[in-house]
Ligand binder design. Structure first.
Ligand SMILES: Cc1cc2nc3c(=O)[nH]c(=O)nc-3n(C[C@H](O)[C@H](O)[C@H](O)COP(=O)(O)OP(=O)(O)OC[C@H]3O[C@@H](n4cnc5c(N)ncnc54)[C@H](O)[C@@H]3O)c2cc1C
Ligand code: SF4
Length: 581
């Protein structure tokens, strides 16, 4: 029997970037907010000194414990989905600050084309250009409408960067100057510049200099320590929720956090959510938390799962293509090229999670697709996040993978190997979706989320194109051995790491028939629920997603404030209008 707790104005499920931003914005406006986070309490003191690659990078210390809860995966509907027993393809966050604590911090925006992808594709190339079963949708708002919220997110983090003619228009400069250029980055820059491309230093939440944000939180200058991706930053130089939005929310006195609070379901009274049920993981006691408004910020997987489990919104059906919860699950397409230099050495031990040089010439609709057999594109990056000693063993393709030949080659090529990678856009496909698994359950007997996903022809053609471009650049950089790579050659495999850029499942749009939330991320079917995160993306772009998650969280916070001040109501009238109702 659940114990009922005192009523709150707003309850937030999951406290990462999305939950933290909304907590800060609501608490600053004087609303009483409770954050329920299933993982542990964390502070930056937890990360002082231990640069332990085994613990953090290979044993995934900061991430979700799959023995308690995981997902199942199958490539198509004829297969039986099996549980993901080990983290691999993507690394789910858990604990205060979520994946924002152990992210790299690469901070690009999506393109105007992304938000109006269907309309702009039809306008430029005609409807026939969209392949069958690629169910492209516009986002229900334009880039111009989203731009001020990108600006807020970047100013909260202090993003370091430089403008570039191939990137989306900005209303203001980056808050801090770009990161330093390493020798490898300079070589990529000179080469791509000569090839007629437009290289620039990628925007970074590892900061180039000390910065105090508009909320008064200070982020320090990055030390290029290289233990960044998969690690927390003890120097407080990587903008994360623990040193920005969470303290901002707490300092108001209006934000309370309950960690180890695992939410199992959202309760509804008619069409209104009236609270959430959660289990305190330390006592196993179940509680009911009543609230005026419920904000779901539990990342893509649990945003979808909790809605399906709570029977809120209509589940997607791939046969009829009716229903919206679970549809448009998208990912990102990995491809690139490795280059080995016999006569050049680079200091690749140094680095930072978001350090790198990139080009956007083959991203979005920045290039003509008339003669291409795919849509969209992806960024091409030479990153220098720092080579970790256990995980990095580059050897030429024909080398044995064990013994003294392997060891000698690996030592020789460690400082002589560079990589260029793409993050290719992932477009929605009718048969790529999320639903509840009919067989497998979590520690409490609740059904696991099931992923049905495979690469599409569009993905494979895009990946092939990007691998070819990356190999050309590498050749021009003077590498002696160039090896293109392409993750999409076989079926999607959930075992090797690819990217924690999962998107979709609770998508935004202007029509309740085809989207789950409006452009404030307010549910069409349950007006006092806001579902925030990359789950709202109708497709995934060819760039890192978190600035768009952050921008949408600022937008949602504004909508929630208005909803609470107005005493309810839909904030947007449905279909063909982005005007407030
Ligand atoms: C290694 C790594 C590197 C990355 N690098 C980049 C990068 O360079 N650039 C970029 O743009 N993105 C990057 N990302 C992605 C980025 O981290 C995410 O986009 C971002 O953190 C998502 O924020 P979120 O708040 O939506 O979700 P999360 O950070 O996942 O937060 C969700 C929170 O909800 C909690 N939760 C889930 N279910 C429940 C429940 N039932 N009850 C209570 N709480 C629950 C979780 O414990 C978690 O703390 C990276 C991710 C990883 C893993
Ligand atoms: S590389 Fe910079 S931001 Fe990353 S952990 Fe080290 S000091 Fe922090």
């Amino acid at each position: 029997m659940a114990t009922e707790l005192p009523h709150k104005q707003a309850v937030i499920i999951g406290v990462g970037w999305a939950g933290g931003i909304i907590a800060a914005e609501l608490a600053k406006q004087g609303f009483e907010v409770l954050g329920l986070e299933r993982g542990e309490e964390r502070t930056v003191d937890d990360f002082t000194m231990p640069k332990d690659e085994l613990k953090y990078a290979l044993d995934y210390d900061l991430m979700q414990d799959l023995s308690k809860e995981t997902i199942t995966m199958r490539n198509d509907e004829d297969m039986r989905a099996l549980p993901m027993r080990q983290l691999g393809s993507f690394l789910l966050g858990s604990g205060l600050g979520g994946a924002g604590v152990h992210w790299n911090g690469v901070c690009p925006r999506f393109f105007p084309y992304d938000l109006e992808i269907r309309s702009q594709t039809i306008e430029r190339y005609g409807e026939d250009k969209i392949p069958e079963d690629i169910t492209l949708q516009d986002w229900g708002m334009t880039y111009e409408e989203l731009e001020p919220y990108y600006d807020m997110f970047e100013k909260t983090l202090g993003v370091s960067g430089e403008d570039n003619e191939m990137t989306p228009p900005r209303s203001d400069d980056y808050p801090t100057p770009p990161m330093l250029e390493t020798r490898a980055m300079k070589l990529f820059k000179a080469t791509t510049d000569e090839m007629g491309y437009h290289p620039y230093i990628q925007p970074s939440a590892n900061l180039s200099e000390q910065y105090t944000n508009p909320d008064g939180q200070t982020i320090e200058q990055c030390k290029y320590c290289a233990f960044c991706e998969r690690f927390g930053c003890d120097y407080q130089a990587k903008a994360d929720p623990l040193i920005t939005v969470i303290p901002t929310a707490k300092e108001t006195g209006n934000f309370e956090i309950h960690t180890h609070a695992n939410v199992r379901s959202i309760s509804q009274d008619g069409d209104i959510a009236d609270g959430v049920y959660f289990i305190d993981e330390t006592t196993k006691q179940e509680y009911f938390q009543p609230a005026d408004i419920v904000i779901l910020t539990a990342y893509v997987m649990n945003n979808v799962r909790l809605l399906l489990q709570s029977e809120i919104g209509e589940p997607y059906d791939s046969e009829t293509q009716d229903g919206v919860i679970g549809k448009h699950y998208c990912y990102q397409i990995g491809a690139g090229a490795t280059g080995m230099f016999e006569n050049e050495k680079f200091n690749l031990y140094a680095g930072a999670g978001a350090l790198g040089m990139r080009i956007e010439d083959y991203n979005a609709d920045n290039f003509d697709h008339s003669d291409q057999d795919f849509l969209h594109g992806g960024v091409l990056t030479l990153g220098q996040s720092g080579n970790r000693p256990i995980a990095t063993n580059p050897v030429p393709p024909d080398t044995k993978s064990w013994g003294s030949d392997f060891k000698q080659a690996s030592i020789h090529y460690f400082p002589r190997t560079l990589s260029i990678g793409t993050q290719g856009a992932s477009l929605p496909h009718r048969y790529n979706y999320l639903d509840l698994d009919p067989t497998y359950t979590d520690q409490y007997g609740d059904p696991l989320l099931r992923m049905t996903y495979n690469f599409t022809d569009q993905d494979r053609k895009l990946a092939e194109h990007q691998a070819e471009r990356a190999a050309e650049i590498m050749e021009n950089m003077g590498a002696d051995i160039v090896t293109p790579n392409n993750d999409t050659e076989g079926d999607y495999d959930i075992v090797p790491y690819q990217s924690t850029h999962n998107t979709g499942g609770v998508i935004m749009g202007e029509d309740p028939e085809t989207s789950a939330v409006n452009n404030y991320l307010q549910m069409w079917d349950c007006e006092n629920m806001f579902v925030v995160g990359a789950s709202a993306f109708p497709h995934n772009s060819g760039n890192n997603p978190t600035p768009t998650v952050g921008a949408l969280a600022y937008r949602a916070a504004e909508g929630i404030e208005e909803y609470l001040n107005n005493g309810g109501g839909q904030l947007v009238s449905s279909k063909n209008s982005t005007q407030k109702a």
